[in-house]
Design a protein around this ligand. Structure first.
Ligand code: RB5
Length: 145
């Protein structure tokens, strides 16, 4: 499984722990940041988007302090369905209902154990295509904007 992961400085610590945890299980593509120097989450989001369109990731993980800024920024890009997840069941629904292709995490507000349980749940869940007409409506909005 090919997974991209990125963060701003607010998500750096959690990102590094996630990379360490999964590095022997999945192909984790760590797109940075690699230091805790302050950066702007829209730039991190843009870099992830450019990598997503150039590569064939199964899904991506994006982390900032709260998960809010990075998810807002990512959802501006065509084709991105970024879900800010904060509990295991929400991670499952992000796949089953929303077919999210990015999950956002709030690095300053969760433990590594919660992050791992949500990522595992997301990976082990399946998109339920009875929600396809809603995804299609999102695509239509993207075409119109
Ligand atoms: C950076 O300090 C912080 O604003 C950012 O990580 C994120 O929480 C924004 O939504």
């Amino acid at each position: 499984m090919e997974i991209a992961i990125t963060s701003d400085h607010g998500g750096l610590e959690l990102k590094n722990k996630i990379v360490e945890y999964y590095k022997n299980t999945y192909n984790i593509h760590d797109l940075g940041v690699f230091s805790n120097l302050s950066v702007d989450y829209p730039d991190v989001a843009k870099n992830l988007y450019e990598n997503i369109i150039a590569n064939n990731y199964d899904f991506s993980i994006a982390i900032c302090g709260t998960g809010i800024g990075i998810s807002i920024a990512l959802n501006k890009f065509n084709g991105i369905r970024c879900a800010l997840v904060y509990q295991k069941e929400v991670a499952r629904l992000a796949k089953e209902h929303n077919n999210a292709n990015v999950i956002a995490l709030g690095g300053r507000f969760m433990s590594i154990n919660l992050a791992i349980s949500m990522i595992d749940e997301f990976i082990n869940s399946k998109y339920d295509d009875r929600h396809e007409k809603r995804i299609d409506k999102i695509k239509k909005i993207e075409e119109e904007c």
